[in-house]
Design a protein around this ligand. Structure first.
Ligand code: NAP
Length: 503
């Protein structure tokens, strides 16, 4: 794909039925479904996907740090409507996922609908026209429906570290990796030990002269056990039934882990044992082991999978600083413990603005209310997708639509089904669809009640929870299949004030 082919010089004044913002798994998936539907019905596919970057892929385009991979197996972490027989490994690397998404865009005929280099600066609901007006530096668009597919892990977060501007070395975030960076003879500070930091450390330890790992909270880590698929296995997966069987097996195995998230003693005990045995088998030094032992409930934060993280920490050129990076003064990084570390490079593996998506600042709904204002106490939506006061807006990967135990793609596909149902409805009626506030409130109350029993609200800090309200705003507090049952079908009656269905 050449991005230039799909970058108009000026894109002012476009009118489409559906405008999608973002060309990651969610936006691209909707594009593919809309293309296929148009082919089935013979109707025109009136949609565009605005993408601020110059390629598809979202997370998997942006995160190219060494070691980046997904911890959901390949056969499940892909579209059910476009499975792939020849995944190279049990777990997909970032590069393989990116190639998969590029191939999907190319072969499914989505490229003509893509507008690269288009950064949305404003989106507002025009109540008189019943249309969304969307502005980019290049021009403007009008659309009946606006679909936010901007992703939840798309805006890198660097914590406000005092004196960071005085650092004389190089500063990077894992989501903005520079592959030309040479680390030999460099002293590197790695800040953060979530999934990204855990994946990156083994590379840093191999490449750099010295690595200091700033660990504010110890992660629980469980074995990964990745391996390449054999040619025989790949041959077997050319049979669609075999691929489906594999998807089902992975999916239901992941679902069976959900009771751990409810803190059920036997289930969570087994998970604890896996993490403890892994730590004990890979780290012999009792002091290091103690420093790597978490002090919060397992599963409260995402549990990274790695066979290489602990061994990297036992290398002579790696120092575990078991406290936060607090201050920087010139070349010196100062930890919460008071320890000082002289560094040439600082790598922030400090995550993303997931709970407070910057995109919400750009979206204005009915009565001039900004989405960020509506979400002042945390993201909220009915059915995890439609928002009171924001007619014909659909938020993918938004409030309570993530998972801590199963595939994000499964959730996205349930949301795509919902959106397609809603778009059909809009096509028939052309009357704005706005969810009543009472429905949004009732849905949230049910979610809050379900979330209260989960390990995610057991007292750790994580991006799953909004710090302003303490509510679990990112994760679906249930099994993945219950999300599909509850939210995978558009139900017009609720928009007319019918009682919301029970969970
Ligand atoms: P994250 O989970 O939000 O982790 C951020 C890390 O930065 C935490 O360890 C946090 O410590 C630490 N931190 C923040 N400020 C710090 C400071 N001043 N000093 C020291 N540490 C500091 O971010 P992430 O690792 O990028 O992962 C985000 C999400 O992306 C994951 O949860 C996962 O969903 C996804 N992801 C998945 C994979 C995979 O599939 N394998 C890989 C990468 C990312 P605290 O824990 O104390 O807050």
């Amino acid at each position: 794909m050449t991005a230039a082919e799909h970058e108009p010089e000026h894109s002012a004044g476009y009118e489409v039925d559906t405008l999608i913002v973002g060309a990651g798994f969610a936006g691209l998936g909707l594009g593919i479904r809309l293309r296929r539907r148009a082919e089935e019905t013979g109707a025109a596919a009136s949609f565009l996907i605005l993408e601020r970057a110059h390629d598809v892929g979202g997370t998997w385009r942006d995160n190219v740090y060494p070691g980046v991979a997904c911890d959901i197996p390949s056969h499940l972490y892909s579209y059910s409507f476009r499975t792939k027989p020849d995944w190279s490994h049990v777990y997909p690397s970032g590069a393989e996922l990116q190639e998969y998404l590029r191939e999907c865009a190319r072969e499914e005929g989505v490229l003509p609908h893509l507008r690269f280099g288009e950064t949305v600066t404003d989106a507002r609901w025009d109540a008189d026209a019943g249309r969304w007006l969307v502005t980019t530096p290049r021009g403007s668009y009008r659309a009946r429906a606006l679909v936010s597919a901007v992703g939840r892990l798309s805006e890198p977060r660097v914590p406000g570290i005092k004196g960071l501007h005085t650092f004389t070395g190089r500063v990077l975030h894992t989501a903005a990796w520079d592959s030309s960076l040479a680390l030999r003879d460099k002293r590197v500070g790695l800040v953060g030990t979530g999934s990204s930091g855990v994946q990156l450390l083994p590379y840093l330890a191999r490449e750099a002269a010295h690595v200091t790992v700033f660990q504010r909270s110890a992660p629980y880590v469980v074995p990964r056990g990745d391996r390449a698929y054999t040619l025989e296995e790949q041959e077997r997966f050319t049979d669609p039934l075999e691929r489906q069987r594999m998807r089902d097996e992975i999916f239901w195995q992941a679902e069976s882990a959900f009771p751990q998230r409810l803190g059920e003693p036997e289930a969570i005990g087994q998970l604890h044992d896996r993490a403890r045995v892994h730590l004990e088998s890979q780290v012999a030094d009792p002091a290091l082991r103690a420093a790597l032992t978490p002090d919060y409930e397992i599963g409260c934060k995402r549990v990274p999978l790695s066979d290489e993280f602990y061994p990297a920490l036992t290398r002579p050129n790696v120092t575990l600083e078991a406290s936060a990076l607090e201050r920087v003064d010139g070349t010196t990084a100062i930890a919460g413990s008071g320890a000082r570390h002289d560094l040439d490079v600082l790598v922030f593996a400090t995550g993303f603005h997931a709970a407070r998506p910057p995109f919400a600042d750009l979206v204005t709904g009915r009565d001039g209310i900004r989405l960020a204002e509506h979400w002042a106490q945390g993201m909220r939506a009915y059915a995890s997708i439609v928002v009171a006061g924001f007619p014909n807006l659909f938020v993918l990967d938004g409030p309570n639509a993530s998972l801590g135990h199963n595939s994000a793609i499964y959730m996205i596909e349930a949301q795509l089904d919902y959106v397609l149902g809603a778009l059909d409805h809009l096509e028939r009626t052309d009357a704005p669809l706005e969810i009543p506030r009472a429905a949004e409130d009732a849905y949230l109350a049910a979610l809050d009640a379900a979330a209260a029993d989960t390990v995610w609200l057991s007292g750790c800090t994580s991006w799953y929870v909004d710090e302003r309200s303490g509510r679990l705003t990112l994760l679906w507090p249930g099994y993945a299949h219950t999300f599909r049952e509850r939210n995978g079908t558009f139900d017009a009656a609720v928009f007319d004030g019918a009682p919301i269905p029970a969970r």
